[in-house]
Design a protein around this ligand. Structure first.
Ligand code: CMP
Length: 828
């Protein structure tokens, strides 16, 4: 590799990233911070804490390890462009093992720890590269050591043979110590400490080769006494040290040459001694005792639990404490039992508090008690009851149909049975109970609507694989005006533009939220600060709640479209839908930005450093022929949807032609086909059948008659009706999921629409506009994705919740203001 390679060329050649595609590399580039290092300057120092990995892109750097006394440093390696360093501290959590400084002006790319670990988790092959690097380093180090050790062993042998027996024994015993301090030697040898220290100094133990000498002494000792002999001697040395209160030194000796039982027993005594072993050392030594052994001793258990707690593993800490409590009670040690019980209580309370404030997901709490499962059990019970009623002899097709539908809804609400299984069960029920013959029970799957959905999902999968969407986002961020509010508007618009291309709110949220995070990081916005929240929530609005602007904006829109009567479906094809829905969507987008800005009052921020975005664009390389092809297919397909009515084609045929073109291009293959959400597609096909079958058995007429009876002579105006639909939807969403709300409220209220002079499509829009709610964190999956894809670093749920309330109010206002426009279009 040359010294002056461009970062984007270099990254593709770094062994570490060889398994990543261009899109992944571009995403990664958002987190790589170029750092310039002048000649002789350090990147980091040996002994510092390490939180980043580095990749050399330019220049040369030396790796230096300090001698034992810290007085000199040895160069162990030289790094060239393409090499990585700083990985050891990331993996082990230990301090930096060496100092790295520049031999000449150099540039390195810094990758933060979390990003690196995320990458390793997602791309396990990356760890192979790191292991290869480490193995190579180890091999070189082993070779150097062997050459050195032979030389040292000969020198030590000679020196030891010259010492009289007793002094030789003392020197060898001293070599078992971790560090040979004068105090430690006095504790071990009493008045003989000084001559021993002098003998050690003569052997060179305190010089620059001290560690090598000590290792040589220990190896000699082992050859003389055998492993068991050394172990016995170590026990006696440790006992003398412990007796003098040198617990840390005693544990150091035992940790290397003794049994784990003796080590644990000594540590237990050290923790209880007066004065006890200090906390730092206790923490270090408790790592060597496993949970099982720690649970057998109250003091060890308490210390081990603190270690787990400090690492954020409270369940494991509680496990150790509970087992130790059992041991203490059996062993009738009430004092220790009390301490353990108090600690268990403290830990349980702080855990409950963490869950309550959302620091810790409730999911890692122990299995939920029976009463938490009550709603699911009740739903399953209701489903069973509804099935029995549906199967009651002589119920009639209409009532069997209604009760089977009730069974399906109860099953969906239980959240125990997956959607697709409920759908299949419903079809089976219709056929078995004689509501419909098999072809009619599967009619939804033979419809144009179902084919349209399959084809648009296919097109979306093909587009996602081409890297095109990421490029569009980056270009938008780069080209449009700067400043947080404008960046937010850009990202919101990105989500909106992607809506007809990626017909899934979850998919869009997972594309645009990381982009927003990258922008926030490039701008160095404080996490969950006002500007970051503005960026995150604005981006979310573009990717989720505004989906209703397009017929194929999300699976839910398509579901709702499938529920419309045939005449409305014909009237609202792609263009008709967009024209009627766009003003509300645009109004809500603008109003959201205004409200967010007023609510959050973002702090002023620096300019966006475009260097990094440019690096990301460069990583993607020139537009590949496949991307070009994908762009062409998308443009022609969307154009086809617009022109479909004039061409005499339907939407499904246009979408299928587009999908076939992506097959020809090679972006939609067997793997892409399998990656489609077939669970949703089966559910969707069945919902389409529900609409058709409902009309066949007379459900629409029965519903309209019931409403007539209920309304009597009252005649609600269109405005009141639209707001009622929206209100019912908002409330229903508090208990039911998005699709279920749209289907249920849709089936119930659509027949009423014509009765009050409102086009059913208006009901659908009122439903869809209010169906994405995020008052409660788990209400909407795509909201959760928006939050987690930005790693929870852009906005807190409290910030989002306040905005959710404002957004709901804006939606109601928007719907009210849209009524005159829809009247103009002849829809009300
Ligand atoms: P880390 O311990 O995080 O910080 C110092 C880095 O220097 C270390 O990771 C390795 O990347 C690198 N390093 C340490 N020892 C050697 C060696 N013997 N040869 C090459 N590189 C090394």
């Amino acid at each position: 590799m040359t010294d002056t390679a461009r970062p984007e060329d270099l990254l593709t050649r770094v062994g570490l990233f060889s398994t990543l595609g261009r899109v992944e590399l571009a995403k990664l580039a958002a987190y790589l911070e170029p750092v310039e290092v002048q000649t002789g300057r350090e990147v980091f120092r040996q002994g510092e804490a390490g939180d980043s990995l580095y990749i050399v892109t330019e220049g040369a750097l030396g790796v230096f390890v300090a001698s034992g006394d810290g007085r000199s440093a040895l160069r162990v390696s030289t790094l060239a462009p393409g090499d990585l360093f700083g990985e050891m501290a990331l993996f082990t959590g230990e301090p930096r093992s060496a100092t790295v400084l520049a031999d000449r002006p150099s540039t390195v790319l810094q990758l933060p720890r979390e990003r690196f670990l995320l990458l390793v988790r997602r791309e396990p092959a990356i760890s192979l590269t790191v292991v290869a690097t480490l193995s190579e380093r180890l091999r070189t180090a082993n070779q150097a050591r062997v050459e050195h050790a032979d030389f040292v062993a000969a020198a030590i042998e000679q020196a030891l043979r010259r010492l009289p027996g007793e002094r030789r024994e003392a020197v060898l015993e001293a070599s078992l110590l971790e560090t040979m301090t004068p105090a430690g030697l006095r504790a071990l040898f009493g008045s003989r400490a000084e001559p021993v220290a002098a003998d050690l100094a003569a052997l060179g133990v305190d010089g620059s080769a001290g560690r090598v000498t000590v290792r040589g002494l220990r190896e000699w000792f082992e050859r003389e006494l055998g492993l068991d002999g050394v172990s016995a001697r170590a026990s006696s040395v440790a006992a003398r040290l412990a007796h003098a209160g040198f617990w840390n030194d005693a544990l150091g000796v035992l940790a290397r040459v003794s049994t784990s039982a003796l080590f644990a027993e000594t540590l237990g005594r050290a923790l209880r001694a007066v004065p006890a072993l200090d906390a730092d050392h206790a923490r270090r030594w408790i790592e060597r005792v496993d949970d099982d052994r720690a649970s057998r001793n109250g003091d060890l258990a308490l210390t081990r639990a603190l270690l787990h707690e400090a690492r954020g593993d409270a369940p494991r800490a509680l496990g150790v404490l509970r087992r130790a409590l059992g041991v203490a009670l059996v062993g009738t040690d009430p004092a220790t039992g009390q301490r353990l019980a108090a600690e268990i209580a403290r830990l349980s309370n702080s855990r409950a508090a963490d869950v309550a404030v959302g620091l810790r997901p409730a999911s890692d709490t122990p299995p939920s008690p029976g009463w938490r499962r009550l709603p699911a059990l009740l739903s399953l019970g209701a489903a069973g009851l509804a099935t029995v009623i549906a199967a009651w002899p002589g119920a009639g097709a209409l009532w069997t149909f209604v009760w089977l539908l009730a069974t399906a809804i109860a099953l969906l609400m239980s959240r125990v049975v997956p959607d697709f299984a409920v759908a299949l069960a419903l079809i089976t029920g219709w056929v078995l109970l004689g509501v419909a013959k098999t072809p009619a029970a599967l009619a939804g799957f033979a419809s144009k609507e179902w084919l349209f959905v399959v084809a648009t999902y296919g097109l979306a999968a093909a587009t996602a694989r081409s890297g095109l969407l990421y490029r569009i986002g980056l270009l938008l961020v780069r080209r449009l005006p700067h400043g947080v509010i404008w960046q937010t508007a850009t990202l919101l618009l990105t989500g909106l533009v992607l809506t007809p291309l990626v017909p899934s709110s979850t998919g869009r949220a997972s594309l645009t939220s990381p982009l927003a995070l990258a922008v926030a990081e490039a701008l160095r916005l404080p996490e969950r600060g006002r500007s970051a929240a503005l960026l995150g929530l604005g981006t979310w609005v573009g990717s989720g709640p505004l989906m209703f602007a397009f017929l194929n904006g999300s699976g839910t829109c398509l579901l709702a479209w499938g529920l419309l009567p045939e005449a409305s479906r014909a009237r609202f094809s792609w263009v008709g839908w967009f024209v009627a829905a766009a003003p509300l969507a645009v109004g809500l987008a603008v109003a959201s930005l205004v409200v967010l800005r007023a609510m959050l009052r973002p702090e002023p921020v620096a300019e966006l450093p475009l260097r990094r975005v440019s690096l990301q664009v460069a990583m993607l390389g020139p537009v590949a022929p496949r991307e070009m092809g994908t762009i062409a297919i998308l443009v022609v397909t969307v154009g086809g949807w617009v022109a479909a009515p004039w061409l005499g084609l339907d939407l499904a045929t246009v979408a299928l032609l587009g999908l076939l073109a992506t097959v020809a291009l090679g972006t939609f293959d067997r793997v892409a086909l399998q990656s489609l959400d077939w669970s949703f597609l089966i559910f969707f096909g069945t919902v389409l059948t529900v609409g058709r079958l409902g009309a066949t058995v007379g459900l629409d007429r029965a519903a309209a008659a019931t409403v007539d009876r209920l309304l009597g002579t009252a005649q609600p105006g269109p405005l009141l009706f639209v707001l009622t639909v929206a209100g019912v939807s908002l409330v229903t969403r508090l208990v039911l999921d998005q699709d279920l709300t749209v289907v249920l409220v849709g089936i119930t209220l659509l027949p009423v629409a014509s009765r009050v002079g409102v086009e059913p499509w208006v009901v659908v829009i009122a439903l869809l506009a209010t169906s994405v709610a995020w008052f409660l964190p788990s209400q909407t999956p795509s909201y959760l994705v928006a939050q987690s894809a930005s790693e929870g670093r852009l906005f807190s749920h409290e910030q989002a919740q306040r905005f959710a309330v404002a957004y709901a109010a804006l939606t109601l206002l928007g719907l009210a203001l849209s009524v005159p426009y829809w009247r103009l279009l002849g829809l009300v």
